[in-house]
Design a binder for this molecule. Structure first.
Ligand code: AMP
Length: 198
């Protein structure tokens, strides 16, 4: 297996995945793949896919698995020289996780570790509402939409922890604290995991 570093940065909306991803890509020179960012850019350019996704995103619901899996597949193929990837906001369902394993296995690589940031629901809602004031993201501004996003996470996404636990790839990280302390904990987990796979 090639020695690529492929990280899944996992956690509920508002857990700090975006912030920590940016710090991790700098440090480990990885390609950042955020399905949320890709969908927002499709919306901004007004593609058909973007329009369809917008209707779901605006309700706090997940977009179909086939859509996001296809997006990830084309990004993997557009970045074959990468040292590795950070998957941010993907996978979000067990079907997506299975598809990702298959895509990576077909490319002679695999997930190194899944870093799961844990933050309680009350803190998440507080963070998302305050992000909504500056991000302009409509899905960060309405408490009912935020509640749906957290529900989607608890119902469809949180079970992925078991999926990666069964592969001994789950590392649970406390997502409450200073950004730098959380970053250092993430790096320590990455370094322990990459030693054990290489
Ligand atoms: P995010 O920026 O990761 O919070 O994603 C914003 C919204 O995009 C989510 O609430 C979903 O509607 C949609 N989305 C992003 N990634 C995925 C995914 N992997 N599967 C399904 N929907 C997604």
């Amino acid at each position: 297996m090639e020695k690529k570093l492929n990280l899944v940065l996992f956690g509920p909306p508002g857990a700090g995945k975006g912030t920590q991803s940016h710090m991790l890509i700098e440090k480990y020179k990885l390609v950042h793949l955020s399905t949320g960012d890709i969908l927002r850019s499709e919306i901004a350019t007004g593609t058909k896919l973007g329009l369809e996704a917008k209707a779901l995103i605006d309700q706090g619901l997940l977009v179909p698995d086939t859509v996001v899996i296809g997006m990830i597949e084309s990004k993997l193929d557009a970045n074959t020289d990468a040292n590795g990837f950070i998957f941010d906001g993907f996978p979000r369902t067990v079907a997506q996780a299975r598809a990702l394993d298959k895509l990576l296995t077909d490319r002679a690589t695999g997930i190194t570790v899944m870093l799961a940031l844990e933050v309680d629901d009350e803190e998440l809602t507080k963070r998302l509402l305050s992000r909504g004031k500056v991000s302009g993201r409509s899905d960060d501004q309405d408490p009912a939409i935020i509640e749906n996003r957290i529900k989607e996470y608890n119902n469809k996404t949180a079970p992925l922890k078991d999926y990666y636990r069964e592969q001994s790839k789950l590392r649970v990280i406390n997502g409450v604290g200073s950004i730098d302390d959380i970053f250092n904990t993430l790096c320590a987990a990455v370094e322990r995991s990459s030693v054990s796979v290489n």
